[in-house]
Design a protein around this ligand. Structure first.
Ligand SMILES: CC(C)(COP(=O)(O)OP(=O)(O)OC[C@H]1O[C@@H](n2cnc3c(N)ncnc32)[C@H](O)[C@@H]1OP(=O)(O)O)[C@@H](O)C(=O)NCCC(=O)NCCS
Length: 417
């Protein structure tokens, strides 16, 4: 039997699983696992795999969108969060610092700083209505959260699509497995729909129906001694600590004249980054100049961006490199692991490898213990040479209510925080 006959006999579900596997997406658990909530959502499920590229459920008119919030279980209430209010920002910080993402071995938990949360949740066009918390009715304690911030993306052949980026879904540890997360997701969807937006981009470590792409984290040791001490890395039996430190040592100063990005580079960075993303990737943000200023102007301890400018025309940015700072609490040790994450990088006068070598030096000079990068965009071109090690976690990318072919990690040009 020819392979095309084989294909014809396959169900829609099998075809989509094949597509995902070919694109390198992990389909573990997807074959048989039932998702009481996600199976009800407009995501590319098996039987819909022949849908044309576009929305799975058509956009709704305002009068078709439920006007009342979804019910919270007795004892809990919805509460939007004003992230610019220091008290409320602290409340969100505390919820996440104690309850947000941990690694599989429960050694580390993300410790997004308050300044980081302000950055992540206030891009141009953000709305407090979409920074959605849940409080205990009696104590008013914040016990759950989910956020949506606006973006415009290109996805496959659709060059402009208004979406939200969903992030910071968190339920207090004492309230887990009570089906609160689906209510949070439904309520944020309702609120986003009320703004006339019907698609969302989000990432998760877990495999849900159905990822559009799957990426992998890679880690570059900068402070191997600490990484071994806290259990992040292991000392290979044939390796000594002295040799390991030598192996990962980086120079004190970068090779190129990279300077911190300022307001006057916003136009140049916008031009360089937009052209790069547009020419290379199937899923990327269409940044406005205001977005570039928000997401890339340096904020101490939050995001660092450096540019190389043309010698004749100082307004022209030829290369850029950026990374954000997301420390993790080392659980049970009253200590912090300082991690920088590769963000948006464009090289035109040098190789990306050369540029990223300088990124490691710059990150190291701010006290970073480990530099992390996903294998998306063109990152594969430097990971091995710059001594990144493969992590054990995948990061799945999802586009809510959108049917389109799955893609390789190297087709993805979005980094979500
Ligand atoms: C993620 C989290 C909010 C889920 O809450 P929970 O109490 O464990 O689970 P609930 O009983 O409320 O809901 C379970 C449903 O949520 C889904 N779910 C779990 N994690 C999810 C995620 N990251 N994104 C979307 N849905 C998720 C489950 O698949 C399940 O739906 P299903 O039956 O259709 O498969 C909670 O575990 C948490 O706060 N974890 C730490 C922070 C975290 O990992 N956040 C997600 C970052 S991507």
């Amino acid at each position: 039997m020819s392979s095309s006959d084989d294909d014809e006999k396959k169900s829609g579900a099998e075809k989509i699983l094949d597509m995902l596997r070919q694109a390198g997406v992990s389909t573990e658990n997807l074959d048989e696992k039932k998702h009481a909530f996600w199976d009800t959502q407009p995501m590319p499920h098996g039987q819909q795999s022949d849908l044309p590229e576009g929305p799975i459920v058509p956009n709704k008119n305002p009068d078709e969108i439920r006007s009342e919030p979804y019910n919270m279980p007795t004892g809990f209430e919805w509460s939007t969060l004003d992230i610019m209010d220091p008290v409320q920002r602290e409340e969100l910080y505390t919820l996440l610092a104690n309850n947000y993402v941990e690694d599989d071995d429960a050694l580390f938990r993300f410790d997004y700083s308050k300044e980081f949360l302000e950055w992540a949740l206030t891009p141009p066009g953000y709305s407090t209505e979409l920074l959605l918390g849940v409080r205990a009715t009696s104590s008013k304690k914040l016990i759950a959260f989910i956020s949506a911030v606006p973006a415009n993306v290109k996805v496959q052949s659709t060059s402009r699509l208004d979406v939200v980026e969903i992030n910071f879904l968190c339920v207090h540890k004492k309230l887990r497995a009570k089906r609160l997360a689906p209510v949070l997701i439904k309520e944020i969807t309702r609120r986003v729909n009320q703004t006339g937006v019907f698609q969302a981009v989000y990432t998760a470590g877990v495999v849900l129906p159905v990822p559009v792409a799957s990426a992998r984290y890679y880690h570059r040791s900068l402070n191997p001694k600490k990484l071994v001490r806290v259990g992040f890395s292991r000392l290979n039996p044939r390796m000594t600590m002295a040799r390991m430190q030598k192996l990962y040592k980086v120079p004190d100063t970068p090779k190129h004249d990279l300077i911190p990005m300022t307001e006057e580079h916003v136009d140049g960075v916008h031009k360089l980054l937009s052209a790069y993303l547009e020419s290379k990737f199937l899923l990327h943000v269409n940044f406005s100049k205001e977005d570039v200023a928000h997401w890339l102007l340096p904020r101490t301890g939050v995001v660092d961006s450096y540019v190389l400018v043309d010698e004749q025309d100082k307004t022209k940015v030829t290369d850029m490199v950026s990374f954000y700072h997301l420390p993790s609490t080392i659980l049970g040790k009253d200590d912090t692991l300082y991690a920088a994450y590769s963000y948006y990088n464009v090289a035109t006068t040098m190789s990306l490898l050369d540029l990223m070598r300088d990124a490691l030096i710059l990150a190291n000079s701010t006290g970073t213990d480990v530099f992390n990068a996903l294998n998306l965009m063109e990152n594969d071109t430097y990971l091995e040479e710059l001594k990144f090690g493969k992590g054990d976690g995948n990061l799945q990318y999802y586009v809510y209510n959108w049917s389109c072919p799955s893609m390789k990690a190297s087709d993805v040009g979005i980094v979500l925080l």
